[in-house]
Write a protein that binds this ligand. Structure first.
Ligand code: GDG
Length: 489
C-alpha cells in the first residue's frame, strides 16, 4: 500500500493473552498476528487523527491480543538481528530494519517499480529485473524467518498487501500450520497484464500457500480466478474455493471501508477550525472543487487538471467562480517515475493557471504538501465537488472520506472514476471515465449545478453504504472467514 496509508498499519501480549486462546463474548478467539510493510507504532490521541485502517487493526489486536509485525521504516547497517519489540498493553509491535540493498531491491525495486505499476495497468512503467525479484524473495523469506519464533500454534495470521505475496509460502516452508490470510489493497490485474510479469507463476503458486485471499472488488477476484483456471490449470468452485498447486484455499471480496462515524464527526467539528475558516474566507463565495491524493501516477492527476481546463474552456461561466484545490502529499519521491509525474503535473497546472488566471482569481491551487486528517475533513466539508479520478485504484478511501465529511443538509457531489474500487459501492457518485477529458468536464459541470434535492438523495445513498460497510465490518468479515476456513472441501 501507499506510504500514507502504509503508516496506518501496529502489535502485545499481556498476561491474559499469554494463554494461546481466550474466551471472549462466548467464542474462542485465537491470537492475531498482523503483517504489513509498515507498522503504525504511535497511537494518536485524538479520535480521527489516525487513519481508519490503523485504528481497526489495532482494535482487533487489542481485542484478541497479538503481534503487529513489519518493517521499521529504517534502513540501517544492522543486518537482521532480532526484531525490535515494544509491548503496549495486549499488543506487541515487532519491527525489522532493512539494509540499504534490501530497500533498493525489495521496496523501491520490485514492490514499487514492478508490482505497483503492473498491478495498476502501467506496463510501460514496470521494470523487470532479476536482482530486484531476488531481493523481494530474500526479504519475504527473512521477514518470515524473523516472525516464526514469535508465533504460537493457535495464532491466526493476517498479511497485508503486495509487499508480502510470498510470505505464507515461506512460513509453510518453515513448518507453520497456522491459518494465514492475505488481503490485497491494490487491484489484481487481468490475465494478459498479469502474465507480462515474468515470475507470474511463482507468485501465484506462493499465494496459494495462504488459506484465504481477499480482494477489494469482484473484478479483482474474477481476474485472479481467471488466472487460476487458464494459467494454473486449477479449479474454482462457486463459493470461491480454489484448488491449485496442490492446495485448497478460499478467495473472496472484502471492500475496505473507513471509520465513517468518526470521520463524519471530525468533519463537523473541523468546520469551525482556524484553517477551514481561512480556506472558506479565501474563496470569497466561490465554489470549491477538491482533490486529495498521494502524488502517484495511478491517481489520474494530469487527466484531472486537463478536465478542469476543459471545464473552463467549454463552460466559461465558471471562470472567476470556481476554485480547484488539489492537495498532493509527496510520495515515493526516490522513484524516478514519481519525480516525473510531479514535474508533469506542475507544468500542466501552471499552464492552466497561466491561461486563465486573473489578477483577482487563480483557478488551480496546487499544494505539494500534507495536512492533518482533521483539517482535510473540514476542507472536504467546505467543498462543492469531490474530484476523484484515478486511472486505476484498489478502493480509494479519499472518495469515501469525502462522502463521510459532507453536511447532510447541504452535501457536495462526488465525481468518481469508474476505475476506483469505490465506484462499485458509491452509486450516488457521478461516475466518469478519466480518459474521456470532455466527458469528465461535462460531469463536473453537472456536479457544480446540481440542485440540493438531487445532491441530498445521492449523498444519502452513499452515506448509508459507507456507514454499513465501515472498516470495522470489513476486518470482522475478513477474520471471520479466515477463522471459518474451507468447511466441506
Ligand atoms: C492504497 C490503495 C486503497 C491523503 N493525503 C493526506 C492523507 N491522506 C490519506 C487519505 C486516505 C489515505 O491517505 C489514502 O488512501 P487511498 O485509498 O485514497 O489511496 P492509497 O494511499 O493509494 O492506498 C487504495 C488503500 O490502499 C486502502 O486499502 O483504497 O486503492 O492504493 O485515508 O485521507 N492523510 C493525512 N494527510 C494528508 O495530506 N493525514
Amino acid at each position: 500500500m501507499g506510504q500514507l496509508s502504509a503508516n496506518l498499519f501496529h502489535g502485545g501480549v499481556d498476561q491474559l493473552s499469554h494463554a494461546t486462546v481466550k474466551v471472549l463474548g462466548g467464542s474462542l478467539l485465537s491470537r492475531l498476528v498482523v503483517v504489513s510493510n509498515r507498522v503504525a507504532m504511535v497511537k494518536q490521541s485524538r479520535p480521527g487523527a489516525e487513519g481508519g485502517l490503523a485504528v481497526a487493526v489495532r482494535a482487533a489486536l487489542r481485542q484478541r491480543g497479538g503481534i503487529w509485525f513489519g518493517w521499521s521504516g529504517k534502513t540501517l547497517e544492522r543486518d537482521y538481528s532480532q526484531p525490535s519489540v515494544t509491548e503496549v498493553g495486549k499488543i506487541t509491535y515487532a519491527t525489522v530494519d532493512l539494509t540499504q540493498r534490501d530497500y533498493d531491491e525489495y521496496y523501491k525495486g520490485f514492490a514499487n517499480s514492478t508490482l505497483w505499476p503492473l498491478f495498476h495497468y502501467r506496463l510501460d512503467l514496470a521494470e523487470f529485473t532479476q536482482h530486484t525479484w531476488a531481493g523481494y524473495q530474500r526479504v519475504n523469506a527473512l521477514f518470515a524467518h524473523r516472525l516464526q519464533p514469535l508465533l504460537k500454534d493457535s495464532d491466526i495470521i493476517w498479511v497485508h498487501d503486495y509487499h508480502f505475496m510470498l510470505f505464507a509460502d515461506q512460513l509453510r516452508n518453515a513448518g507453520c500450520k497456522q491459518k494465514i490470510g492475505f488481503f490485497l489493497h491494490i487491484p489484481w490485474p487481468a490475465v494478459p497484464v498479469f502474465t507480462a510479469l515474468p515470475m507470474h507463476r511463482e507468485i501465484v503458486k506462493a499465494l496459494c500457500a495462504y488459506d484465504l485471499l481477499g480482494f477489494q472488488t469482484d473484478e479483482d477476484l474474477l481476474s485472479f480466478q481467471d488466472y487460476i483456471r487458464r494459467e494454473a490449470d486449477g479449479q474454482v468452485d462457486k463459493d470461491g474455493v480454489i484448488k491449485a498447486f496442490g492446495r485448497t484455499l478460499r478467495t473472496a471480496v472484502f471492500p475496505i471501508g473507513i471509520d465513517t462515524e468518526v470521520f463524519a464527526g471530525m468533519a463537523a467539528e473541523s468546520e469551525d477550525s482556524k484553517q477551514v475558516i481561512r480556506l472558506r474566507k479565501s474563496l470569497l463565495g466561490r465554489d470549491l472543487i477538491i482533490g486529495v491524493d498521494r502524488l502517484d501516477y495511478s491517481k489520474g492527476l494530469i487527466n484531472r487538471v486537463e478536465a478542469f481546463e476543459h471545464l473552463l474552456t467549454s463552460y466559461p461561466d465558471n471562470r472567476g467562480k470556481v476554485v480547484f484545490l488539489q492537495i498532493n502529499p509527496p510520495s515515493r519521491s526516490d522513484v524516478t517515475d514519481y519525480v516525473d509525474i510531479r514535474h508533469e503535473l506542475e507544468a500542466t497546472a501552471g499552464r492552466v493557471n497561466g491561461t486563465f488566471a486573473e489578477y483577482d482569481w487563480v483557478p488551480i491551487r496546487y499544494l505539494n504538501k500534507s495536512f492533518s486528517r482533521r483539517v482535510l475533513s473540514g476542507f472536504f466539508r467546505s467543498s462543492k465537488v469531490g474530484f476523484v479520478t484515478p486511472l486505476r485504484d484498489g478502493m480509494n478511501l479519499v472518495a469515501k472520506e469525502f462522502v463521510a465529511a459532507q453536511s447532510p443538509k447541504n452535501p457536495g457531489v462526488l465525481v468518481l472514476s469508474r476505475f476506483a474500487g469505490a465506484a462499485r459501492e458509491l452509486d450516488g457518485a457521478l461516475t466518469v471515465n478519466p480518459y474521456d477529458i470532455e466527458g469528465v468536464a461535462e460531469r463536473l459541470q453537472e456536479a457544480l449545478s446540481m440542485p440540493l434535492k438531487a445532491r441530498r438523495e445521492r449523498w444519502q445513498s452513499m452515506y448509508s453504504a459507507i456507514a454499513r460497510n465501515d472498516v470495522t465490518a470489513w476486518r470482522e468479515d475478513f477474520l471471520e472467514q479466515l477463522n471459518r476456513g474451507i468447511q466441506g472441501h
